[in-house]
Design a binder for this molecule. Structure first.
Ligand SMILES: [Zn+2]
Length: 499
C-alpha cells in the first residue's frame, strides 16, 4: 500500500498488524465449540459454586493452562483457593397473640441473619415504606410492616432497599406484605424458598456489620391479625394523600425468631500467567466467570448449562490465552505480562473477583486493565437483523485512551458494531457494576466489559451449546484478543485519567 512507502513508522505498524492477525485468526469457531461442549455439558450440572460440576470445570481449565504452557502463578498452582460462608434458614417463626406462624407457611424469611433467641417487639405500619411515610411514624427499635404491590421482577434488590430504608430509620425488623391474592403470596414464598434453602454464599460471615438485615414476607391474614384490621383498611391508609390515616392503624405486638445453619464451602479461581518482555511488571487481566447457577428443582431439563453465561466468556479466555502463548513460543511474546483468570462465584455476587482484588497475586497498582467477558455467544432481540455487534460497557469510564484504543483496534481488525446502550450511566440495568470487571474498576483499574445482551434463555436450562453462534463468538473473542494485544505491546501504559 502507498502509505507503507511514505513512512517507516507505518511499515512497522503494518508488520505488527500482520503478526497480531496471524494469531487472532487462529481463534476459531471450531476450537471454541470443542471447549464449550465440555464446559457447558450436562455432566457439569450447571457449574454452581462449590459443587462437583464447578470443580470439574476448574480442573479442565487448569489442565488447559498447563497444556498451553502458562505459568501456575499461585504458589506453583493454577488455583487460587478460598472459603465462602454458606447460610440457609434452619428455622424461623413469628408469633402474634395466641397464633404462631412457621417459616414457608404464612411467613417466609429472606436473609441470613440469626436473632438472639426469641425477640418480642412492638410493630407499626409504615404504608409504602417511603421516606415521607417514616415522617409520620416512630419506628426506632420496632418492627415495621411495609405494603408493596405484587412483585414480578427480582426480589432481592427490592427487599434490600426496603430493608435499608427502614433500618436507616432505626427499625429492628422488616415485614413485607404484598397486595394481591394468597396465591401471589404463595408463589413469592416459593421463589424465596428456592433461593434461600440451597444456601446463600458470602465472603463475609452473615450477621456481620455489613449485612443489610433480613426481612419477613407475610401473608395477608398475618397482617390482619397483627393490626386487628383488614387488608383493605391498610391499603386505604396508604393511599390517603395526607398520610394521616397511617397513624390510625394501631401498633401491634409480635415475637419472632430466626436460626441460621452456617457452614463453609471451599472453592477456587483459576489463574494462568504469561510473562511479558521488557514491560513484564505490568499486567493485563483477561477475565470471565466459569461458574453458573446449577440445576433447577423441576422441569424436564433441569440443568442450567450456562453455555452463553458464561461458558462463552470462559472458552474465549482459553482461546485467547492459547494464542498469546503460541505467539510467545514463536518469538512474538507480549511486552507486558498477561493474566488469564476465570473466576468463580460470580452468580453469588461477584465473589471470586472480589476475593482476587482483595488478595491480588500481582499488585493492583501494576494491573493495567481488566478485559472482562460475560456472555458473548448469542444475539439479543434488538440485533436480530444485524448480528455483527457487541455491547461495550465501561471503556470510557476511567480512561480516555482505553476507549480510543478499543475503537481503533476494532476498526482495524474486527469491525463489529459497538453498541454503547448499556454504558449509559443512567441505564436502569446498571451493568457497569454487575459483572466481575466492577471489582477492578472500583479499585481504579480501567476495564472493558463485553456482553451480548439479555435473551430469553438467560438463567434457564435452555442456555445451551446448540444455541450459540460460534462464528460470532469467534469474532468477538478476536476483538478482545486484539485489544489485549494492543494494550500489551504499546510503548506507553494506558492512563486512567478519569478517576
Ligand atoms: Zn454471567
Amino acid at each position: 500500500m502507498l502509505v507503507l512507502v511514505l513512512s517507516s513508522d507505518s511499515i512497522v505498524l503494518g508488520q505488527e498488524n500482520e503478526i497480531a492477525k496471524n494469531y487472532g485468526n487462529q481463534i476459531t469457531p471450531l476450537d471454541l465449540k470443542e471447549y464449550l461442549s465440555i464446559i457447558a455439558s450436562d455432566a457439569l450440572e450447571g457449574r454452581k459454586t462449590g459443587t462437583r460440576g464447578q470443580k470439574m470445570a476448574a480442573a479442565f481449565i487448569a489442565d488447559f493452562y498447563r497444556e498451553i504452557g502458562l505459568t501456575p502463578p499461585v504458589n506453583g498452582g493454577y488455583y487460587q483457593p478460598f472459603e465462602l460462608y454458606s447460610s440457609s434458614v434452619e428455622n424461623a417463626y413469628v408469633k402474634t397473640g395466641e397464633s404462631r406462624y412457621d417459616n414457608y407457611g404464612d411467613v417466609t424469611y429472606f436473609g441470613s441473619d440469626e436473632t438472639l433467641g426469641e425477640v418480642p417487639q412492638d410493630i407499626v405500619f409504615v404504608g409504602r415504606g417511603k421516606e415521607e411515610d417514616y415522617k409520620r411514624v416512630d419506628v426506632s427499635n420496632k418492627a415495621v410492616v411495609v405494603l408493596i404491590p405484587v412483585l414480578k421482577g427480582p426480589l432481592s434488590a427490592t427487599f434490600r432497599s426496603l430493608s435499608q430504608t427502614a433500618r436507616d430509620k432505626g427499625a429492628a425488623m422488616v415485614f413485607i406484605l404484598t397486595e394481591g391474592t394468597p396465591e401471589d403470596y404463595r408463589s413469592m414464598a416459593d421463589r424465596i424458598r428456592a433461593y434461600t434453602s440451597a444456601g446463600r454464599l458470602s465472603l463475609k460471615k452473615p450477621g456481620s456489620e455489613s449485612s443489610s438485615g433480613g426481612v419477613f414476607v407475610i401473608n395477608q391474614p398475618v397482617a390482619e391479625k397483627i393490626f386487628n384490621t383488614s387488608l383493605d383498611k391498610l391499603k386505604k391508609a396508604c393511599d390517603d394523600p395526607g398520610k394521616k390515616s397511617l397513624i390510625k392503624i394501631k401498633p401491634g405486638k409480635i415475637a419472632y425468631r430466626v436460626t441460621i445453619h452456617l457452614n463453609t464451602v471451599k472453592t477456587e479461581n483459576v489463574l494462568g500467567f504469561l510473562e511479558g518482555g521488557d514491560k513484564k511488571e505490568e499486567v493485563i487481566a483477561v477475565t470471565a466467570h466459569y461458574d453458573h447457577i446449577g440445576t433447577t428443582a423441576t422441569g424436564e431439563d433441569r440443568i442450567n448449562n450456562g453455555a452463553d453465561d458464561d461458558g462463552s466468556g470462559t472458552v474465549s479466555v482459553l482461546e485467547i490465552a492459547r494464542n498469546f502463548a503460541k505467539a510467545k513460543k514463536e518469538g512474538h511474546g507480549p511486552r507486558r505480562s498477561m493474566l488469564f483468570m476465570t473466576v468463580v462465584a460470580e452468580e453469588q455476587g461477584l465473589l471470586g473477583s472480589e476475593y482476587y482484588t482483595a488478595h491480588p497475586v500481582y499488585p493492583l497498582a501494576n494491573t493495567v486493565v481488566d478485559l472482562n467477558i460475560d456472555m458473548i455467544g448469542r444475539v439479543d432481540p434488538e440485533h436480530k437483523d444485524s448480528t455483527h455487534y457487541v455491547y461495550v460497557i465501561g471503556s470510557d469510564r476511567l480512561s480516555t485512551e482505553l476507549h480510543q484504543l478499543s475503537e481503533k483496534t476494532n476498526a482495524t481488525y474486527t469491525k463489529l458494531k459497538f453498541d454503547y446502550t448499556y454504558n449509559d450511566e443512567n441505564h436502569p440495568t446498571n451493568l457497569y457494576k454487575r459483572s466481575d470487571h466492577w471489582n477492578f474498576a472500583k479499585n481504579g483499574i480501567p476495564i472493558i466489559f463485553y456482553f451480548d445482551g439479555i435473551h430469553e434463555d438467560y438463567h434457564r436450562p435452555s442456555d445451551e451449546v446448540a444455541r450459540i453462534d460460534f462464528d460470532l463468538l469467534a469474532v468477538r473473542a478476536q476483538c478482545v484478543f486484539y485489544t489485549a494485544w494492543e494494550i500489551a505491546n504499546r510503548e506507553r501504559r494506558i492512563v486512567a485519567d478519569r478517576k
